[in-house]
Structure formats: structure tokens, C-alpha cells
Design a protein around this ligand. Structure first.
Ligand code: SAH
Length: 227
């Protein structure tokens, strides 16, 4: 028997280790950037960022900056993770697709809001390391695919939310197609050496697309499979 009012339960791993640093990090996001989304700030306090940071970067795991994660890639600055999360429509029934798994940290933050997190990484060793991190710490519901995220993940589409953490020159058409009517996408757009803009894309119930630039950003480029 399925009860429509049933509250979905899923694993959201926790630790007290370095909690004081996470509290400070969340306070900084609120204070320095005038960011007040309390649900997202709570998620930032709950997710142990140090689980996703390589050993050489452990001292800086809670610093207000991006960090190298190997293979020329970076884990985004905490404020950017918080901001991108806060504009997405997320509840326990939302399906969210992330392009650019990297360390897995952003996916773990999304997992605080919904068990339906799908994430794609093109660099195999990074994808495999993220899978191991998820297994080790008990993120049982996050689904990872190793491949070119430009094409999205049609088997699980449509998505209520799509978050892209690497920058293409223009918005990939397959991702627009895989966005649900009423859904939202957050994507950095721009060239490798030029200014990138973080773009908020809305798809209306009538399948109309509207785009708005929200801030200048700097992400690693989205690369294609056969580049
Ligand atoms: N969200 C990550 C940050 C990732 S950095 C985190 O929380 O740690 C961006 C990532 O996008 C890199 O790991 C890079 O390898 C990946 N990437 C680049 N092009 C891609 C593509 N076409 N498909 C999937 N991932 C891609």
C-alpha cells in the first residue's frame, strides 16, 4: 500500500568531526555574501566537506575558496555551491541531474534535499573516486555515470533541476530537452579564456525557455568525449 503523505527516508551521512569548522564556514557564507537561505546553510553545516577533499588539501577543506582535486579539476568555492543549490527547486520528490561530479561534494549537498540525485563525470578516475567516497560514507542513493554529460542522462529524464559545474560555450541542447516543464537549470556559460556567466534557465509549463545571467564566474571547461 502506498501512502501519498509518506515521508521519504534516505541516508544523509553525518559526523561530528570538524563540525566547528563547518559552522564557521556556514557563518562566513551568510556574513560575507549576505546569503540567508537557512535550509542550504544547514546542508552546508551537515555535509562533511573534508570527506571529498584530497589528503594534501585537508587543512584547507573548509576555506572560503575552490580547491584542487586532481586531474586539473577543482571543487567549487563553498559559497558557489550554496548559491547554485539555493536557486534550484529541491524537495524530496525532485529529480536532479549534475554534470561534473568531480569530488562528489556538490552531489552530497544535493542529497540533503532529495534522494533522487544523478551525476555524470567524464574523467574516469575522478568518477571512480567519487563512487568510492559515496560508498565509504553511506551515500546509497546517489547515482553516478562515467561519460560525457553534454548528452545528459535520457534514461532518467526529465529532471526538475539540472546543475552544471563545468562551463560549455553554449547551453547543451540535450540538457534543455531533459529539463521538466516548470524545471530549472543552473549553468556557467562562456569560453575557456573569456568571461563566463552563471545562467539561470527556466522552462515554463508551456515549454518556453527563459534565461538570466546571475553573476560572473570561473569554472573549468566542459570537455567533450572526443576532443
Ligand atoms: N561539482 C564538483 C566540481 C567539479 S569541477 C564538486 O563538487 O567537486 C568540474 C568537473 O566537470 C570536473 O571533474 C570535470 O572533469 C567535469 N567535466 C568536464 N566536462 C565534462 C563533461 N562533458 N561531462 C561530465 N563531466 C565533465
Amino acid at each position: 500500500m502506498s501512502d501519498p503523505n509518506r515521508v521519504l527516508q534516505w541516508n544523509r551521512p553525518r559526523t561530528e568531526v570538524r563540525l566547528d569548522e563547518r559552522v564557521r564556514m556556514a557563518d562566513q557564507i551568510r556574513g560575507r555574501y549576505d546569503f540567508s537561505d537557512s535550509a542550504v546553510l544547514k546542508a552546508m553545516r551537515n555535509v562533511p566537506r573534508h570527506w571529498f577533499v584530497p589528503s594534501a588539501q585537508q587543512v584547507s577543506a573548509y576555506a572560503d575558496s575552490p580547491l584542487p582535486i586532481g586531474h586539473g579539476q577543482t571543487i567549487s568555492q563553498p559559497f558557489i555551491v550554496a548559491y547554485m543549490t539555493s536557486v534550484l527547486p529541491l524537495d524530496p520528490n525532485s529529480r536532479v541531474l549534475e554534470i561534473g561530479t568531480g569530488s562528489g561534494y556538490q552531489a552530497a549537498v544535493l542529497n540533503e534535499f532529495t534522494p533522487h540525485v544523478f551525476t555524470i563525470e567524464i574523467v574516469r578516475p575522478l568518477g571512480e573516486r567519487a563512487i568510492r567516497t559515496f560508498q565509504e560514507h553511506g551515500y546509497h542513493t546517489i547515482r553516478v555515470k562515467i561519460g560525457d554529460g553534454y548528452r545528459g542522462w535520457p534514461e532518467y529524464a526529465p529532471f526538475d533541476a539540472i546543475i552544471v559545474t563545468c562551463a560549455p560555450d553554449k547551453i547543451p541542447a540535450p540538457l534543455l530537452e531533459q529539463l521538466k516543464p516548470g524545471g530549472r537549470m543552473m549553468i556557467p556559460v562562456g569560453g575557456r579564456w573569456s568571461l563566463q556567466e552563471l545562467v539561470l534557465v527556466d522552462k515554463t509549463a508551456a515549454d518556453k525557455i527563459s534565461k538570466r545571467s546571475v553573476m560572473p564566474v570561473r569554472f573549468v571547461p566542459l570537455v567533450r568525449e572526443k576532443e
